[in-house]
Ligand binder design. Sequence first.
Ligand code: NAD
Ligand code: DAU
Length: 350
Amino acid sequence: MKTNNLLITGGAGFIGSHVVRFFVNKYREYQIFNLDELTYAGNLENLKDVEDSPNYTFIKGNINNEDFIDQLFIKYRFDGVIHLAAESHVDRSIKDPLAFVRTNVIGTINLLNAFKACWQDNFEGKRFYHISTDEVYGTLGETGLFTERTAYDPNSPYSASKASSDHFVRAYGETYGLPYVISNCSNNYGPNQFPEKLIPLFINNILNNKPLPVYGDGNYTRDWLYVIDHALAIDLVFHKGKNKETYNLGGFNEWKNIDLVTLLCKQMDDKLGKPIGTSEKLITYVKDRPGHDLRYAIDATKINKELGWGPSVTFEEGLSKTIDWYLSNEEWLNHVTSGDYQKYYLKQYS
Ligand code: NAD
Ligand code: DAU
């Protein structure tokens, strides 16, 4: 699979920015278009190092705007799409489910329709890659793993919207022959993650001596993957994944939240030169998240066997690198927490 004009949606977000950087640097012969609405989660400061690359173009726009998306496909005739743009935070979806339907479901359908109209059934050499989540499978008990054959059973408005968009992608494959791949990934962590998600929120709170709000009893389990390993997997699935297939991606790396937070506290104390135990004192148990999924764990055997992919760092290494990144990018963190990052677009592109 090769492409000429590659559209990456949501490229100013956490995972998207790593994917954009990776593709811009590796595939000089591709023209890479990053389409992003720059919601609160989109931050062009994530991409300062590639913004002047000759094979990179940023387009500010909303995937919910059907006419705009149609026109964009007419203009650029994207033959590859890697679709990451989404509302991504579970807690926000509990407060405002419709925002998740608009972007994650309708926005995805707008892209599918525009892709379909652009290529008029001549799909040879084209590919639509939908980036999804393990949360579509619902929750596991104490044992077992999610495989590609696990039935969908989403529990939050976020995961219901992602499940719905996965179904639409599959349906367009079956009904119209639209060539697609989907990957369902576990929890990512690493540089540039917005400090509303567990790891960057807690790093920021420790830096500011604020409480670390652990939901419920803290015995919820997630399977953590370093974001660069996700970008490497996306490259492989986009270029070598089989048409109409789903690939599960995970870190073979399960942690109970409380154990993860304890490790994070130890690493932070160590790096900040504080007595061990200082940050742990900030742990505060708070009201649980409604509908909180007990455990996610991915069986990533399929991508490992078919495409030779596996995580490249241990969690201890990845977490340490992540903390180092936040400690040495205080300006990024300050801009994000003060809202100043939203001025960057005006400065750079006005
Ligand atoms: P993020 O919230 O950091 O970034 C989302 C990006 O999409 C932002 O740049 C935002 O501006 C953009 N966006 C949002 N709504 C838009 C719209 N209507 N039009 C155009 N752009 C819009 O998200 P993330 O954590 O980087 O996740 C990226 C994708 O990966 C999502 O589809 C998410 O469901 C999926 N995913 C995330 C994780 C994770 O752990 N973060 C794990 C598995 C899958
Ligand atoms: O599994 C993949 C998913 O991982 C992605 O699809 C989502 O986009 C991404 O946000 C993430 O969802 P989670 O809900 O698992 O991530 P979050 O960082 O919000 O929470 C991780 C765990 O930590 C979860 O069990 C809830 C808990 N938590 C979270 C926050 C923000 C807390 O205990 N306290 C908190 O303040």
